[in-house]
Design a protein around this ligand. Structure first.
Ligand code: MN
Length: 198
């Protein structure tokens, strides 16, 4: 069975400073993301053991563990590539889609910011492509895996778990979200949209 592996960051720990500190990036990638990868592999192993032994008493708990940890692995893998020291603005297909769906970048940013700001407890703000309707849409993602319907491909994700910003911004999540807009890798977001549409 395939094992999940921790991807390298596509830049140095300090590359996103001053918006996100090297210390946060190091802890977030090397400790938090690594723990989700390990948890997903452990859950897979335990599900295989349960199947082999025929003792399926814990199967639903194990599958919930898998969903949570695999969610954490997928979310962080998208998030790292959504960020770049260069920043910039959307161009091409992603720009057109944002203009059409949200009435422009400013309106999209206001909506996404409100989504991120309003996450209760731990979770994410997500811009996704809805395969069913062919629309761009925003969602809150609860914890690592809740509140997203099937058929939505993530394009842009912002981690608003406290571990993502507390060392730099303490309780002021709004400042972290504001800083995030300086380091969005719109090229990556656009490539994800092109892939989702093809
Ligand atoms: Mn995180």
């Amino acid at each position: 069975m395939a094992e999940y592996t921790l991807p390298d960051l596509p830049y140095d720990y300090a590359a996103l400073e001053p918006h996100i500190s090297a210390r946060i990036m190091e802890l977030h990638h090397d400790k938090h993301h690594a723990t989700y990868v390990k948890g997903a592999n452990t859950a897979l192993e335990q599900i295989a053991e349960a199947r082999d032994s025929g003792n399926l008493a814990n199967i639903n708990k194990l599958e919930k563990d898998l969903a949570f940890n695999l969610g954490g692995h997928v979310n962080h893998s998208v998030f790292w590539t959504n960020l770049s020291p260069e920043g910039g603005e959307p161009e091409g297909g992603i720009k057109d889609a944002i203009d059409e769906q949200f009435g422009g970048l400013e309106k999209f940013q206001a909506q996404f910011t409100a989504v991120a700001l309003g996450v209760q407890g731990s979770g994410w703000a997500v811009l996704g492509y809805d395969q069913t309707g062919g629309n761009l849409t925003t969602f809150q993602l609860f914890d690592q895996q809740g509140n997203i319907p099937f058929g939505v491909t993530p394009l842009l994700q912002l981690d608003v778990w406290e571990h993502a910003y507390y060392l730099d911004y303490q309780n002021v999540r709004a400042d972290y979200i504001k800083a995030f807009w300086n380091i969005v890798n719109w090229k990556n977001v656009g490539e994800r949209l092109d892939a989702a549409r093809s």
